[in-house]
Design a protein. Structure first.
Length: 288
């Protein structure tokens, strides 16, 4: 069985792009399952899949994050990866789908876990907001705060990879900078009635497909308002995702022994050992 990819809420599981992509496991939070149940749930996943990779964004409730770490500590296993990836809710769901796609490839669990950081750099995630008065994820100037009091105000906000904020209808540039590679766009409507994301942003970003999805439960809290339309663009093709990951040099973790790409192990978080310093070049000249 392929490596299990896990989330803490079912609304972070986007529809599979094809019949080969597996679903994601949902690790139920403390309010839905007690500790004994969580241990049994996780143990069952490890028995069936061998390794478990869970994306843990910083906006999750603290009790949920503590539960994940507690379960891993009690089970005393190095086969659970808890990945601290900082993406908005819909961007997190998009990354989770990409990891699910990679599990059908010939990558080891360590490579899949450490690939999450690599793939997150290629995700453009933001939202159209009716107010930025309570937005604390990116810098918001006093002028934008003042404009939020207008009942008709709408703001185009990009949280990742580069923060961007602009008011729709203003003289300055409104469109967030888009990806310079082929993507599909996923969007989810909150309590904001607007077609701007599908009608204007998607054509401007030259996306190759648009998909609407239900809004994740954590989106209103992340963006500071329920009046929003959240969006995330990412690479849809498994062949491109495979080439991205396969092109990175693989190393062996000096702590747990798993394969990794990048500078840190996804399972034990140990940094890649620094290469030994190069020997100084000899300046002595050989005698004739």
């Amino acid at each position: 069985m392929p490596t299990a990819i896990a989330v803490t809420s079912a609304d972070l599981v986007l529809p599979a792009p094809d019949r080969h992509t597996p679903g994601a496991a949902v690790l139920h939070p403390p309010g839905q399952l007690d500790l004994d149940g969580a241990l049994a749930e996780t143990s069952g996943l490890l028995e069936r899949h061998g390794h478990l990779v869970a994306v843990v964004p910083p906006w999750l409730p603290a009790a949920t994050v503590r539960r994940l770490h507690t379960v891993r500590a009690i089970l005393e296993t190095d086969r659970i990866a808890l990945l601290p990836i900082d993406l908005p809710p819909l961007g997190t769901a998009l990354l989770v789908r990409q990891l699910r796609q990679l599990t059908v490839c010939d990558f080891s669990p360590g490579v899949i876990a450490s690939a999450a950081r690599l793939l997150s750099h290629y995700i453009h995630a933001g939202a159209l907001l009716g107010s930025v008065a309570k937005l604390d994820r990116i810098p918001v100037g006093l002028k934008a705060h003042a404009r939020s009091w207008s009942p008709s105000a709408q703001f185009a906000v990009l949280a990742h990879p580069t923060p961007h904020l602009a008011k729709l209808g203003a003289q300055e540039g409104v469109l967030p900078p888009g990806p310079e590679f082929a993507t599909h766009l996923t969007f989810a409507r909150g309590q904001l009635a607007s077609e701007w994301v599908a009608a204007e942003l998607a054509p401007a970003w030259q996306v190759r497909g648009v998909l609407e999805n239900p809004l994740p439960a954590g989106s209103a809290g992340y963006w500071g308002t329920p009046k929003l339309v959240e969006f995330a663009a990412g690479i849809p093709d498994l062949s491109v995702l495979y080439q991205l990951v396969a092109s990175v040099r693989r190393e062996q973790c000096r702590w747990c022994g798993l394969e990794l790409i990048g500078d840190r192990c996804g399972f034990c978080s140990a940094p890649l050992a620094a290469p030994p310093p190069a020997a100084p070049a000899s300046t002595a000249r050989s005698r004739p």
